[in-house]
Every structure is written in structure tokens, then in C-alpha cells.
Design a protein around this ligand. Sequence first.
Ligand SMILES: [Zn+2]
Length: 543
Amino acid sequence: MKTFLIFSLFGILVFFSSCKNSTSDLDHALSTISVDELVNQSKILGSDAFMGRKPCTEGETITINYLESEYKRIGLEPAVNGSYFQEVPLMEILNTPDKKLKIEGNGKVFDFDLLTEFAAFSMRAQEDIKLDKSDIVFVGYGIIAPEYNWNDYEGLDVKGKTVVVLVNDPGFGTENEAFFKGNSMTYYGRWTYKYEEAARQGAEACFIIHDTKPAGYGWGVVSNGNEAPRLFLADENKYADRCAIQGWLSQDAAKVLFNQAGLSTDLWKSAAEPDFKAVPMHLKASMEMKNSWRFDTSHNVLGVLRGTVRPEEVIVYSAHWDHFGIGRKVDGDSIYNGAVDNGTSLAWMLEIAEAFQSLEKKPERSVLFLATTAEESGLLGASYYVQHPVFGIEKTVANINNDLMLPYGRMKDVMITGYGQSELDNYVAKVAQKYDRYLFPDPNPHTGMYFRADHFAFAKAGVPALFARGNCDSREHGKAWALEKEADYLANNYHKVTDEYEEWWDLNGVADDAKLLFEVGYLLSNESSFPKWAEQSEFKDLR
Ligand SMILES: [Zn+2]
């Protein structure tokens, strides 16, 4: 009896100590995440020595070599055939459009001015592009969405024609969550989708009618880019299958266009009704564009911790390394440091890598750390990765990305951009509770932020993707203060030379986010199930 009792006690002790081991293993890993190291990394990555981290420049070489040395120091394995670098072939194209977009028809001839009334781009690597008296058709939102029983192109042949479409989707301004997700923008609302769909339909040109609120950005953002070279992934067909012209019309220009066509702008409202039918405008558009381009190569930087049980399954952490490099001088400074965009997130990712590496019992699944290039040019590095993944996309469990992690201290909220898209939210909720934090859906879902950072490249490939961080509710100063700070950053530092490391920075919030999202990945890395997309997600059938 006594012997039995002793053995039982021994068993219980062994049981408890093994529990304690896995907890202390996790706790130890969490304790390696340090504010000092985050500060140190952000200072280095945001310093002038990195020259603004622009792809295909000396700044790239310095940045990717630094990341490689950090991966080595941490003990990550090279993930691409013995190398930490994945080559990303890029094409840089400079569009020089005509200063005028000519419109004729209905017995009228008039034109619009470049930059103030229209903007025109092309992805086609073709020296001369001619839009010649192309018939204009108003196709509402320009959307084909079978899950909402919606087809703006139904019964329409737009080959060689110019389509004019509205920005955002028919759900905008409604509270009806079941109709294009109400006020939250679906992917159908993004300009990238509109151009993709117009090209699939064979349209020669596509102009989107700009409107600040549903677009989420002002006319300046649209027109500013029209005189600078732009980067795309290199394409074998030189994007011959894309529309010749991808453009925008200002609100005022669009009103003039409708007026001259003898059409009421009430059509913009009826375009959101299910019985809306496309309307030929009986006007023709003409313009020319000259293009020049060159090819270059940039690099994603990948390090991996191999899984011990299911190494072919992977959790991908990501943060873009690129920013805008050296540009126009403002107050004597010409280096776009990108300390917040995206230095703090790179620091966040490196701290998480270190935490995983410090685990005594290594994860069952592989964990990949992916520093992407050319995010600022349209998620190019991340898109290239999902087209050329190192681990199978069907074996990619989740993507956990971060971007723009602000230096304003500890936050109570965990803001999820694209809240409700997948079961990953549940993992965040579970861990957030432990840290006395709460989930907070992105307060501006109509701006389509879910489609404007690298995690979206994964979502588009069908991989559940998470973009989450503390942002809106300061532990010390409350909500109003946090939102004021964010607004201040966006107005004064975002994409400016002043996005630099400052001595007053408080990265305790980034440390909290590193702990929280390390733990989310830790849970995923030791499971065998795959988190699913939500039923109403537009990405659920893609993988
Ligand atoms: Zn960014």
C-alpha cells in the first residue's frame, strides 16, 4: 500500500514536472523577447546607413546582407537551396501618357487634362500604346461576384472598348453585412481587381471614377504616381494580356463625361442595385502613351526553423524590408528611412525567430521567416513568393504578417485588419485573453487595408493570413490618445523622410505584439489541423 502510494506520488510529480517543463520552455522563449533588442534593431534598420532600403539599389545589398547575418546569428537555416535569398525578377516601367484624353461622340468633342482630371497607367511593356476612338461603356462597379449573384458584365462584349467603373463595391454605405460585406470593402472593391476583371473581359482601357471616401485615399495619391517609374514582377508576356490603359477619372471629370453623354449621375447610385445593367455612353476615347522599361532583380530573404514532426507543413511570418530609398530632399533630408515602415516589424519578426530558436522542444511544424521585397510597389516580393513557394501552398498553415507597428507603447487592443476572415482570429483571441488584451476589428474596413499589405498575397493564394497588432487603445493614455498619435504619424511621418527612429520611442507595445503573435504561431506549429477561412470569406475556395 505504502509502496503503491509512493509510486503514485512519484507519478504525479513526474506528471507535474513535465507540465511545468513545457510551460517553462514557452515562458523561457517568451522571456527572450526584449524591448532593448527591438530598439536596437529598429535603430539599425532605420538608420541612414541603410539608405532607405530601396529594391535594386546599394540600400538593398546592405539590408539583405544584414538580414542574412541576423538569420545566421539566430540560427535559422537558409530556406532556398542552401541560400537565404530568393531572386525576385522585376520590371520597372515608365509611362509617359498624352497630356489629354480626347472624348468625342454625340456630336461633341472635348478633352480631359492629365493629372488634374485623369491619370493613365499601363503595365504593358510596349513602346507605343494607342487608344483609338474606343467605345466607352459604363459598367457600374465592374464586378463579377458569383457568391453575391452579381455580374456587371453580363451579356456584354467589351473587347477593344473602354470601360468606366465606380470605386469600391455595391455594399459601400450600406449596413447590410450579407451584401458585399456592407461597409467593409471586399476585394471586388479594390482598383487592382477592377483592372484585372476588365482585362479578363478583353477591355482595351479601364477608367475608375475616383471618390475619396470609398477609395480610402485622395485624388493626389492617384495622380502623384503618374510621372514616376513603377515596379512590377517581370512577366514573360510583358503584360500583353492586361488593359492597354489603366486609368482614373476625377469626380469632376466623370460628371462632365456623364453630362456630355446625356446620362444622369444617378446611375452611380443605381449601379448598386441588383437589377443594374451596363450603359453604352455613345462616346469614344482616344489617347496615346509612350513607355520605356528595364528588368532588374531584387530579393526576398528567407530563414527557416525545420519542424521536428511535420517539417513539410509551415507557418510563415513575414515583414517587408523595402522602403523608398533616397528621394526628394525635404528640410535637408533625402533619406526615406522607413523606421516604422517597416523597421519595427522586421525587429518584431527577428525577435519572434529568436524566441522559436530558444525553445528546448522545437516546433513540430516548420516556421519560415520571410522578409519580402517591393511591398511598397504592390506586394511584389510576397506575390512572387506565393507563386514560387519554398513550402507547398497547400501545406502552408498560416501567414502572420506585420507592417507599420507604431512606437507608442503598450496597447490593450489587438487590432485585426480583416477581422472575421478566418479562424486565425480565434487563436489571437485565446492568447490575447492571457495578456489581458481584447480583439478590435479594424475601425476603417471600408478603406480596404486588408488588401494593402503583404498578408494579402497569401490570402489571394488561399492561405489564411493574419495582420494584427496593438494600435487603438493605449494602456496608459486610452483610446483618444492612441488614435491621435496614429493620425499624427500618418500625417507627418508616413512615407516621408521623417519616418526615423526617435529617442522617445516606446517599443513595449511591439514587444507585447511579438509575445502574443509568437504564441499564436507556437500553438499553430504544434497542431496538426489547418485553420479555416470563414464561410463568407471571398478567399475560402482558393487554395
Ligand atoms: Zn509597410
